[in-house]
Design a protein around this ligand. Structure first.
Ligand code: ADP
Length: 149
C-alpha cells in the first residue's frame, strides 16, 4: 500500500490544501495529513480545533487520516510506513524551499517528495491570507473547507 504524508501547519486548512489531498488520492492509496507542531511559528487556530475539524471533514473518506507530530517529518513518515511526502507548489519561492527540503529528506531517510502544482485559481490562497482576513472579521468561508470558530 502506498502511503503519502501531507505535512504542514494547516493553520488553517484551506481549499488549496484540500485540492492537494484530493489529487494526492489519485496517486496514493492513503494520504496522512500530518499537522506539525511548530513551536517557532506559533498558532492562530488551536491544534485541537485543526485536528478535530479535519477528522470530521474526512470522516467518510477512509483513505485519509489526520495526525499530529512533533519533530522531523521523516520520523513521522516512518512511523506511518510512508515513503513519500506530498507537497503543493504555488510560486517560485515555494519551489526553491521545497527543493531544499526534498533533498534533505531524501538524504536523511530516502523519503521521496512528490510536488503538485497548485491550481491557478488557488495559487493566491495561503493560511496566512486567511488568518489576516479572519483577524479583520472578513468572510473566509469560500477559502476554507471547515468552518472556522
Ligand atoms: P508549511 O508551514 O509546511 O509550509 P502549510 O500549511 O503552509 O505548511 O502548507 C502545507 C503544504 O501545502 C505546502 O506544501 C504548501 O506549499 C501547500 N499549499 C499551501 N497553500 C496551497 C495552495 N493554495 N494550493 C496548493 N498547495 C498549497
Amino acid at each position: 500500500m502506498r502511503t503519502a504524508i501531507f505535512p504542514g501547519s494547516f493553520d488553517p486548512f484551506t481549499i488549496g490544501h484540500l485540492d492537494i489531498v484530493e489529487r494526492g488520492l489519485q496517486l496514493f492509496d492513503r494520504v496522512v495529513i500530518g499537522i506539525g507542531r511548530n513551536s517557532m511559528k506559533g498558532e492562530t487556530f488551536p491544534l485541537a480545533f485543526r485536528v478535530e475539524s479535519l477528522k470530521d471533514y474526512f470522516k467518510s473518506e477512509e483513505r485519509v487520516a489526520v495526525d499530529v507530530y512533533d519533530g522531523l517529518t521523516v520520523d513521522f513518515a516512518r512511523m506511518h510506513g510512508a515513503k513519500f511526502l506530498l507537497r503543493g507548489v504555488r510560486t517560485v519561492q515555494d519551489f526553491e524551499y521545497e527543493q531544499a527540503m526534498a533533498e534533505a529528506n531524501r538524504q536523511l531517510d530516502g523519503i521521496e517528495t512528490v510536488l503538485l502544482y497548485a491550481r491557478p485559481e488557488h495559487a493566491y490562497i495561503s493560511s496566512s491570507l486567511v488568518r489576516e482576513l479572519y483577524s479583520y472579521n472578513r468572510d473566509v468561508s469560500r477559502l476554507v473547507p471547515c468552518r472556522l470558530p
